[in-house]
Design a protein around this ligand. Structure first.
Ligand code: ZN
Length: 255
């Protein structure tokens, strides 16, 4: 059984004490493919170290995270572009709009999102969308840029059935993680109405640990809790869920 974690921040400081053990637990659980989202320029050295340590299992992305769009957005975007041109990345992400923490830079977030979508299209790469309190703003951009070169993943999807269908209509798969195991997570109520061909698994480690680890540090091995929940929702075996969602991830990332 091969499980794919399509969104995990394995380079996070929170794993500095026990990264190798944490990776081993994930590999032992059957998680063999880890897709690694970028945040901003300060994290790249740690990402490149990770790639060197686990070259067969980790696949890096490049992008500027919306909560890190600040006064220096132009410099940060130039950094993203420079690295997209000189290193092999498997997606542009995570990118998007986040209005939960701060609305000050909404205009810059929208512009940075559009610019990075354009770069993804030029390189035939998927985009990985981060959306928090910003469904309308995200869909407004996607409506503007949609074409057959637009595809990717709506990471940590937490919307309604209607929003799920809308995301899929823009060629996005839904990244399903710990929230699906939460009592009040809501998405477990309608997910069976979404064909599993549109679903990929993720942890967003070290954030958003699934039940029964909710509130603790998350790690990629906990993705089995998400998988178990999808077994219950779709009535398929763990092997089938792992195989289908891994296949879906290959369609997105091309590997
Ligand atoms: Zn993330």
């Amino acid at each position: 059984m091969i499980i794919t974690d399509t969104h995990t921040h394995l380079y996070s400081d929170q794993f500095n004490e026990d990264r190798n053990e944490m990776m081993q637990r994930a590999l032992d659980a059957g998680v063999a493919r880890f897709f690694i989202p970028a945040i901003d320029s300060t994290y790249l050295p740690a990402m490149l170290d990770l790639e060197k340590s686990f070259p067969n299992n980790t696949f890096l992305m490049m992008g500027l995270h919306p909560t890190h769009v600040k006064e220096n957005v132009e410099e940060e975007l130039a950094f993203v572009k420079k690295w997209l041109d000189k290193h092999n990345f498997y997606a542009v992400g995570e990118i998007g709009i986040d209005l939960f923490w701060d609305k000050t830079f909404l205009k810059q977030q929208q512009q940075a999102f559009k610019t990075q979508i354009q770069w993804a299209k030029e390189k035939n790469l998927p985009i990985i969308i981060h959306c928090r309190d910003a469904f309308d703003e995200i869909f407004e951009v996607l409506e503007e840029v949609k074409d057959d070169k637009l595809f990717g993943i709506f990471h940590c999807f937490t919307g309604t059935l209607e929003q799920a269908k809308k995301a899929i209509s823009y060629n996005m798969k839904l990244g399903i993680g710990g929230v699906v195991t939460f009592k009040n997570g809501k998405i477990d109520q309608f997910l069976n109405e979404i064909p599993i061909e549109n679903i990929v698994l993720e942890t967003d480690a070290p954030y958003l640990a699934p039940t029964p680890f909710r509130g603790k540090r998350n790690e990629s091995s906990y993705i089995t809790k998400v998988l178990d929940k999808l077994v219950a929702i779709y009535g398929l075996s763990p092997q089938e869920i792992a195989a289908i969602t891994t296949q879906n991830s290959k369609e997105v990332f091309g590997i």
